[in-house]
Write a protein that binds this ligand. Structure first.
Ligand code: HEC
Ligand code: HEC
Ligand code: HEC
Length: 433
C-alpha cells in the first residue's frame, strides 16, 4: 500500500515537473532588422514618451553618468544586486532586434526575446496590466527617439541557485497575476483610469506595498507602506499616519509638482517618481490618479486648512528666546528656523514641520535622511533648496532636533532607537546608486 502511495507520489511529482517544464518553456522570438521598427506615427511616439516617463523606465535603465536607457543601473534587492539591461535600440547589446511582439511579451510576461525569464526587479508584475496599445506606444518611442548605445552588460551579483532564470518561472506561478487591468464597474471611469495607471505603468506598489520573504509584493497588504532604500514609503491606505488627512487636491499637487501644502515634498526615492515620472502625465490622468488615491486612503471632502491640527499649529511659533532650554529646541532655532520658522508658512507651502509626514511616521528614517542630506532643487519649491547637515551637526545634535520635532511639534510618542537609527543612517546611508 505504502509502496503504491510512494509510486503514486513520484508519478505526480514527475507529472508536475513535466508540467512545470512546459509552463517554464518560452520560445525565442525571431529577430527583426532596424527598418522593421521605423516610420512610426509621431503621435504614437509622443504617447510612448509620456508613458515611458510615467513608468520612469529611464530612472532604472540609466546608470549614473551613463547614456540614457543604456542600462547597468544597479538595483539592490534582498538577494543581491541586479543590473538593468540596455533598452536602447542598439542591434547587438540593446533591444534593436526585438519585434513589437517580443517587447509586448517582456512587458506582459517578464520574458526576454530569447525566451529567458526576467527577474522581478523589472516590475513586469505591474506592466502586465498595461494595454497592448500603451505598450506598443512605448516601443515606438524607444525605437524612434532613444539613441542606440553599445554597452557591456554587467553580471548580476546573485548567489546560486537564485541566479537561475528558470526558477523565476516558479516565482511567477506563485506570485504574479498576469493579465491586463480589468476595470471595476463599481467605480467611475476616472477611478478606473487612476487604478490602471497606479497599478500598471506607474507601479506605485513596487515601493508602497510590503514584500514577503521571497521578495514578492504581499497581495494581502497592497499599499500598506514599506521600506525602500532605507526610506519609508508611507501607507497609502487608511493606515497613512499623516497629521492632516490627504485629499484629492493634495495628492494631485504631490504628483504634479512634488510639493504639497500639508504633507511636505517628494524627496528620496519618491523624487524621481514625480520629477522624472508621473508629472509628465496629462492633467486628466493626474486627476484620475488623485481620485483613485483619495478613495484608497479614505479621504474626506473636508478642507485641510480647517483641520484642527493645522489650526493648532498656527500658534506653534518659534520657541521664546528666553525659554530655549532643551538642546533640541535651541539647535532647531539655530539650524532650521531660518527656513522653517513657524506655522504661518503654510501660505508659502512650507508648513510647520509638526504636520510634515516625516515627523508623523512611525519610523524616523525620512526625517533623518532629509536632515543629513537635504532636499535637492527639483524636489523642493523652485528657488529654495535645503542644505544637508551631515557635516554641520553631529549624531547627538541630529537626534536632539528630531526628538524635539517629534515631541513638541508633532506631539507624538518618542521614536524608540532614535539615536541608533541616526548613527546607522549616517554611516550606512540610503543604499547608494
Ligand atoms: C524598478 C526598476 C525598473 C523600472 C522602473 C523599469 N525597468 Fe525594465 N528592467 C529592469 C531590470 C532590473 C531589468 C533586467 C531584468 C533581468 O535581467 O532579468 C529590466 C529589463 C527590461 C526589459 C528586458 C530587456 C532585455 O534585454 O532582456 C525590458 C523590455 C524592459 N525592462 C522595459 C522597461 C520599460 C519599457 C520600462 C518603463 C515602462 C521599464 N523597463 C522600467 C528594471 C526596471
Ligand atoms: C521608488 C519607490 C517609490 C515608488 C515607485 C513610489 N513611491 Fe511614493 N513614496 C516613496 C517614498 C520613499 C516616499 C517618502 C518620501 C518623502 O518622505 O519625502 C513616498 C511618499 C509618497 C507619498 C506621500 C505620503 C505621505 O503620507 O507623506 C505619496 C502620496 C506617494 N508616495 C504616492 C505614490 C504614488 C501615487 C506612486 C505611483 C505613481 C508612488 N508613490 C510610487 C517611494 C516610492
Ligand atoms: C536654507 C533653508 C532651509 C534650512 C536651513 C532647513 N530647511 Fe528643511 N526644507 C527647506 C526646503 C526648501 C524644503 C523643501 C520643502 C519646502 O519647500 O518646504 C525643506 C523641507 C524639509 C522637510 C520636509 C521633507 C519632506 O520629505 O517633506 C523637513 C522634515 C525639513 N526640511 C527639516 C529641516 C530641519 C530639521 C532643519 C534643520 C536641521 C532644516 N529643515 C533646515 C529649507 C531649509
Amino acid at each position: 500500500m505504502l509502496k503504491r502511495l510512494l509510486l503514486g507520489g513520484l508519478a505526480v511529482a514527475a507529472l508536475g515537473a513535466v508540467g512545470f517544464a512546459i509552463y517554464a518553456y518560452k520560445p525565442a522570438l525571431a529577430p527583426v532588422t532596424a527598418d522593421q521598427h521605423a516610420g512610426f506615427d509621431p503621435a504614437l511616439v509622443e504617447q510612448g514618451r509620456i508613458l515611458a516617463s510615467a513608468g520612469y523606465c529611464a530612472t532604472c535603465h540609466t546608470a549614473e553618468g551613463g547614456a540614457p536607457y543604456a542600462g547597468n543601473y544597479p538595483i539592490a534587492t534582498g538577494f543581491g544586486t541586479i543590473y538593468s539591461t540596455n533598452l536602447t535600440p542598439d542591434m547587438e547589446t540593446g533591444i534593436g532586434t526585438w519585434s513589437q511582439a517580443a517587447f509586448r511579451r517582456a512587458m506582459h510576461e517578464g520574458v526576454d526575446r530569447e525566451g529567458n525569464h526576467l527577474f522581478p526587479a523589472f516590475p513586469y508584475n505591474h506592466f502586465t496590466k498595461m494595454t497592448d496599445a500603451d505598450i506598443d506606444a512605448v516601443y515606438a518611442y524607444i525605437m524612434t527617439d532613444v539613441a542606440p548605445v553599445k554597452t557591456e552588460q554587467k553580471a548580476n551579483e546573485l548567489p546560486f541557485p537564485l541566479n537561475l532564470r528558470v526558477l523565476q518561472a516558479g516565482w511567477k506561478l506563485l506570485f504574479v497575476n498576469f493579465g491586463a487591468y480589468q476595470p471595476d464597474p463599481a467605480h467611475s471611469e476616472a477611478w478606473n483610469r487612476g487604478a490602471y495607471l497606479a497599478e500598471g505603468v506607474t507601479h506605485c506598489g513596487a515601493c508602497h506595498t510590503p514584500r514577503n520573504a521571497l521578495g514578492a509584493e504581499d497581495s494581502s497588504q497592497v499599499f500598506a507602506g514599506a521600506e525602500i532604500d532605507r526610506w519609508i514609503a508611507p501607507a497609502l491606505t487608511a493606515a497613512n499616519p499623516s497629521a492632516v488627512p490627504w485629499t484629492a487636491p493634495e495628492f494631485k499637487s504631490y504628483l504634479a509638482k512634488g510639493v504639497t501644502t500639508y504633507h511636505g515634498v517628494a524627496a528620496g526615492p519618491m523624487g524621481p517618481v514625480v520629477h522624472d515620472g508621473v508629472r509628465a502625465l496629462p492633467e486628466a490622468d493626474l486627476d484620475a490618479l488623485a481620485v483613485y488615491l483619495a478613495d484608497i486612503v479614505g479621504a474626506t471632502p473636508d478642507d485641510p486648512a480647517q483641520s484642527p491640527v493645522v489650526l493648532a499649529s498656527l500658534h506653534n511659533n518659534l520657541p521664546d528666546p528666553q525659554y530655549r532650554r532643551a538642546e533640541g529646541e535651541r539647535l532647531y532655532a539655530t539650524a532650521c528656523a531660518a527656513c522653517h520658522y513657524n506655522a504661518a508658512q503654510i501660505a508659502q507651502g512650507r508648513p510647520d514641520l509638526g504636520i510634515n509626514s516625516a515627523t508623523n511616521l512611525d519610523t524616523p528614517n525620512n526625517l533623518i535622511h532629509v536632515m543629513l542630506d537635504g532636499v535637492s532643487a527639483p524636489e523642493g519649491i523652485a528657488g529654495v533648496v535645503m542644505p544637508g547637515f551631515r557635516h554641520a551637526l553631529n549624531d547627538s545634535e541630529i537626534t536632539a532636533i528630531a526628538a524635539y520635532l517629534r515631541d513638541k511639534r508633532a506631539g507624538k510618542p518618542a521614536w524608540p532607537d532614535l539615536a541608533a537609527t541616526v548613527a546607522d543612517l549616517r554611516a550606512n546611508g540610503p543604499v547608494a546608486h
